[in-house]
Design a protein around this ligand. Structure first.
Ligand code: APR
Ligand code: ZN
Ligand code: ZN
Length: 366
């Protein structure tokens, strides 16, 4: 069948929207009609090569849709089911999966962007195979994905809201609740209050943090942050954020700092702004070749903790329905995350708006 998709053919060049040929689902695979795809910074990071994929790759890893057709041996899903796409495949049997750390499953060493049997499902008009970002590619009208990347949800949810749970909401809220396990009364700083960082702020509200300090360089983002529950804002374009956060916490530093940008400089800022024995949690995905350094002796004498957080340490099929439930109960904001809708053809404009700091989240609707 045919599908229109946003494809990265060359790093740092405009993304191409074109019609591709999509193969039928094979064993344990499912055909999904995409309803919506959020535009996350990680998509742009694939275009820039920060998150490295060989070209050509169909973009998108934050989406929701409806099942059209299931391949052989698919037991848990049927046509008509509404699903969120998860961007990890996990086996369910290995040690990490048994520890309920399914996003850290190491079972599949298939090269990036291929289906689990190491082949393509997407092909362009020249017959070349096209990779799928995160093995899903939500910026395509239709996707063939592994069954294990699907999370079934109640059909009454708006799929454009549910799409955001596929990455930004789960990653941001999960970093606070699952990875860091922030306690009530804590002081929290969030550096970078874009689509993911705003959700770290929401997570801090849910965790009943007492102080939530938002740090960003864009005034518009800091205004979003206030709407999502930040008690204080720091514009890092105007003031040293480490000094500012220390001043707001009687010189001590915060209990938890979340870095939600993916920049070695702000990662070190997060580490510097936590109090002794506090935790710096790194959520942002920095360039694959970048490194950061911290003073080794101070690391010991301060007893600070430095923690990576991938996909909010989530269990997709447990946490995503729970997050939607919180939305229903009015405890989680999803409507307010969507600043603008785009058509698939407007993907390059959506990326430009993201770089200009225009949106909380932009969403492509199909
Ligand atoms: N200091 C403070 N804030 C900054 C800085 C800086 N030096 N540089 C950028 N920012 C802010 C931007 O102004 C923006 O508000 O970081 C925010 C990033 O938000 P988005 O572009 O919306 O990115 P998002 O989709 O939230 O992703 C953030 O998480 O999943 C990862 O790969 C993703 O690393 C990326 C991060
Ligand atoms: Zn993402
Ligand atoms: Zn596993």
């Amino acid at each position: 069948m045919k599908t229109r998709a946003a494809v990265m053919y060359e790093h740092n060049q405009p993304v191409v929207v074109e019609e591709l040929e999509l193969d039928d689902p094979k064993e344990n695979e499912v055909l999904v009609r995409t309803a919506a795809s959020g535009v996350c910074h990680s998509d742009l990071s694939v275009v820039t090569g920060t998150i490295y994929y060989d070209a050509a790759v169909a973009l998108g890893h934050e989406g929701a849709g409806v099942i059209e057709h299931v391949g052989r041996n698919v037991t848990g899903f049927q046509p008509g089911d509404t699903v969120i796409l998860s961007f990890v495949s996990y086996c369910g049997n290995c040690r990490m999966c048994q520890m309920e750390r399914v996003c850290l499953c190491q079972t599949y060493d298939v090269p990036r962007g291929f289906l689990l049997d190491g082949t393509y499902r997407l092909h362009n008009s020249s017959g070349d195979g096209i990779l799928q970002m995160a093995r899903i590619a939500t910026m395509s009208e239709y996707m063939v994905v592994p069954e294990q990347n699907l999370v079934k949800i109640d059909p009454h949810y708006s799929l454009e809201k549910a799409a955001l749970v596929g990455c930004g909401v789960t990653t941001g809220v999960g970093a606070v609740l699952n990875t860091a396990k922030v306690e009530p009364g804590s002081t929290v700083a969030v550096i970078g209050t874009g689509g993911v960082g705003l959700n770290a702020i929401q997570g801090a509200v849910l965790a009943q943090a007492e102080r939530i300090i938002a740090v960003d360089i864009a005034e518009k983002k800091l205004n979003f942050a206030k709407n999502f529950g930040a008690t204080d804002v720091v514009n890092a374009a105007e003031t040293d954020p480490v000094e500012a956060v220390r001043e707001l916490t009687d010189g001590l530093g915060v209990d938890y700092a979340f870095e939600v940008i993916g920049n070695p400089k702000t990662i070190v800022q997060a580490y510097d702004m936590v109090r002794p024995a506090g935790s710096a949690v790194i959520v942002g995905i920095a360039h694959h070749a970048s490194e950061f350094s911290i003073p080794a002796q101070r690391f010991v004498s301060s007893e600070k903790r430095l923690i990576g957080s991938f996909y909010g340490s989530c269990q997709p099929r447990v946490d995503m329905p729970k997050l939607l439930n919180l939305y229903t109960e009015g405890k989680l904001k999803l409507d307010e995350l969507i600043s603008r809708h785009y058509r698939l053809e407007q993907i390059n404009e959506a990326f430009a708006d993201m770089e200009a700091g225009e949106n909380a989240r932009g969403v492509i609707v199909f």
